[in-house]
Design a protein around this ligand. Structure first.
Ligand SMILES: NC(=O)c1ccc[n+]([C@@H]2O[C@H](COP(=O)([O-])OP(=O)(O)OC[C@H]3O[C@@H](n4cnc5c(N)ncnc54)[C@H](OP(=O)(O)O)[C@@H]3O)[C@@H](O)[C@H]2O)c1
Length: 285
């Protein structure tokens, strides 16, 4: 029994060592103050990677850094940055330029729900800035560095909505289509340089995402489940659909024409924002 436990531990240590050799010594995780980014940072620390964690909420980043240092003995650098403002991506690139980053995990992002024309134009444009522009601005120098040293990993957060247009989430789905397409193309360009590129496309996940978008999600996966499944897929495939709901929905929708997929996901999105109509009725009554 004791031998079996030791064997299991040895196996885990060996695979953490291999992971760290391939993607270490440090990982940059954006969007690490909450949800999937925080869960991925925790999983990476458990595999022995040093971390650079970033988002806007410095207090949450500091609290995570303190617990990762004490639980896993790794080094953690906290870089608070707003990726949705002009100088944000450049500030992050400058702050991390001396670091030996072998893994870039791009989790910073947000969505809106409801009709595009009913939402604020500035928020919709800010979403493109954070989800697409900033993610790409930080990616470019890191991908170059990794390709030059012929080793590294890139994880981009896509979504189940990335594979077709989706009503009530039109602009968010479009930003994720950009992320998904970029990951697929980059994987084709960088695999021969020893850089693994992964698009992780979950369905609903229990994070701060739904609160910010004022959506109600049913049967959402935990961020820990998504983080573990995402890291398992790195280096094995180009697109992963972590979580049971994403797998089930993704594979059943994949058989349908794009137009029908659009309609079904649009209806699901509408269901997630139904409570808003009820709230509106309450305020006008
Ligand atoms: N939750 C889902 O159902 C779901 C499904 C599929 C894909 N995804 C994708 O997964 C990724 C992570 O989302 P999540 O679910 O973990 O949501 P979350 O809990 O809301 O986390 C989003 C992270 O992005 C950061 N962020 C947002 N705006 C930022 C800005 N302007 N500058 C810097 N950082 C910013 C947030 O930090 P601060 O607020 O501290 O800045 C937070 O750390 C996103 O790309 C999302 O599109 C989520």
């Amino acid at each position: 029994m004791v031998d079996a436990v030791n064997l299991g531990e040895n196996e885990m240590n060996r695979s953490a060592h291999n992971f760290s050799k391939r993607y270490g010594p440090a990982a940059l995780v954006t969007g690490a103050s909450d949800g999937i980014g925080a869960a991925l940072a925790t999983e990476l620390a458990a595999r022995g990677l040093n971390l650079i964690i970033t988002a806007r909420r410095a207090d949450r980043l500091e609290a995570l850094a303190t617990s990762l240092r004490s639980d896993h003995g790794v080094e953690v650098l906290v870089v608070p940055v707003d990726l949705g403002i002009n100088q944000g991506p450049d500030n992050l690139v400058d702050a991390t330029s001396g670091q030996d980053i072998g893994l870039y995990v791009a989790c910073a992002g947000f969505g809106t729900a409801g009709r595009f024309i009913d939402n604020s134009a500035s928020e919709e444009l800010n979403m493109i800035d954070v989800n697409c522009h900033a993610m790409t601005a930080v990616l470019h120098p890191l991908a170059r560095q990794m390709a030059a040293r012929r080793r590294g990993g890139i994880i981009l957060m896509s979504s189940i909505v990335a594979f077709q247009g989706v009503g009530n989430s039109a602009n968010y789905a479009a930003t994720k289509a950009y992320v998904q397409t970029l990951a697929e193309g980059l994987a084709a360009e960088l695999t021969s340089s020893g850089v693994d590129v992964l698009a992780s496309a979950p369905g609903p996940v229990e994070t701060g995402f739904a609160t910010r978008a004022d959506m109600q999600m049913g049967g959402a996966a935990t961020p820990q489940t998504i983080a573990k499944a995402t890291l398992q897929a790195l280096g094995r495939t180009v697109t992963t659909r972590p979580g049971a709901q994403s797998k089930m929905l993704g594979y059943s929708l994949a058989m349908l024409p794009r137009r029908l997929r659009s309609r079904i996901l649009g209806q699901i999105m509408q269901g997630m924002t139904k409570h808003r109509d009820a709230n509106k009725e309450k305020t006008t009554a």
